[in-house]
Design a protein around this ligand. Structure first.
Ligand code: SF4
Ligand code: MG
Length: 320
């Protein structure tokens, strides 16, 4: 399989404001040494509770927030070292779809203006072919031609997300980061949008990095799944492998909280205790040790490494 994006030792530390000049500076370690590969044409989901660093990882890759350190290789180059001009070019390959398209669509622009603006940035389509291209984009996402002259508020939530998807497609991207892209939608609409994304993926050979807190959505769309906890990757595997047999107690706890489609699996339930600790001063050793039902002494001092426990299935836990 061809690697399209490779993330190495990505860190995103946000300074915490203090009102004292003399206190040492504190940081929220939102993403703390995260590495993974994204293969061409796949959907890799990042899951975890809010605050685990999944959205921050997506934003850091696109440099929507400049990461603290690490490398993000795409097409033989480290994205984090590109200048503004090259970064702009890259926006033609790497796009993002957010949870709330309403917030990211200009309310004063018609759909035509929104899509035209996206195309103009990349200069992908000659001016005289634009109308044709606009209608093509609408048909890809299942919106009628008359949508062009309408404003975002005239559409339903699901339709607005279709506009957001059309805008992402306008530049002919290779990779789309979907950040909670269906989380604000009703379940029936979610399924429609997920199926649309899958269809577009096949049609255009797209790669998705799919960020979601919702495991039933993740189960629907993913090829592989990466689980994050407090800024760290705790498990990464093929979807089937992860849902059939997860190894990390945190993943097991997450999976325990969703309905089991196959009761024969007889999964041991792992119930999470307590709240997520603060990412400003995360627990030493294994970051999950304050909530882990299987905690041992070494977990409190020694940080587990991410190791391959079976083919393409990586876990960071001293138990395995
Ligand atoms: Fe639990 Fe220890 Fe594994 Fe962490 S390393 S998940 S504390 S058993
Ligand atoms: Mg988020």
């Amino acid at each position: 399989r061809k690697v399209i994006l490779q993330v190495d030792h990505l860190k995103q530390y946000f300074p915490v404001k203090t009102n004292s000049l003399f206190k040492p500076k504190n940081y929220v370690k939102a993403v703390d040494d995260v590495s993974f590969k994204l293969y061409e044409g796949e959907t890799l989901s990042i899951v975890g509770e809010s605050g685990c660093g999944k959205s921050t990882t997506g934003r850091a890759i696109l440099r929507l927030d400049e990461p603290t350190s690490g490398k993000v290789h795409y097409s033989g180059k480290n994205i984090l070292e590109l200048n503004k001009r090259d970064m702009r070019k890259l926006r033609g390959d790497l796009q993002v779809i957010f949870q709330d398209p309403f917030a990211s669509l200009n309310p004063r622009q018609t759909v035509k203006q929104i899509l035209n603006e996206a195309m103009a940035i990349q200069e992908v389509v000659p001016k005289k072919e634009r109308l044709e291209r606009l209608l093509e984009l609408l048909s890809y996402v299942g919106l009628p031609p008359e949508s062009l002259s309408r404003y975002p508020h005239e559409f339903s939530g699901g339709q607005r997300q279709r506009i957001g998807i059309a805008r992402a497609l306008a530049v002919d991207p290779r990779l789309i980061i979907c950040d909670e892209a269906v989380s604000a939608l009703d379940v029936s609409i979610q399924a429609q949008i997920l199926n649309l994304l899958k269809k577009l993926q096949r049609q255009f050979g797209l790669t998705f990095l799919f960020i979601s807190h919702d495991l039933s959505v993740v189960r629907h769309i993913s090829d592989r799944v990466m689980v994050m906890y407090l800024g760290k990757v705790v498990e990464i595997a093929e979807k089937k492998s992860l849902f059939d047999q997860s190894f990390h107690p945190y993943t097991q706890a997450l999976l325990s909280s969703i309905p089991v489609p196959n009761p024969k699996l007889n999964r041991d339930r792992v119930i999470l205790k307590g709240d997520i600790p603060s990412p400003i001063d995360p627990p030493k050793g294994c970051r999950f040790h304050t909530r882990c039902p299987f905690v041992m002494d070494r977990c409190k001092t020694e940080e587990p490494e991410l190791r391959e426990v079976k083919a393409n299935h990586f876990v960071s836990c001293h138990l395995v």
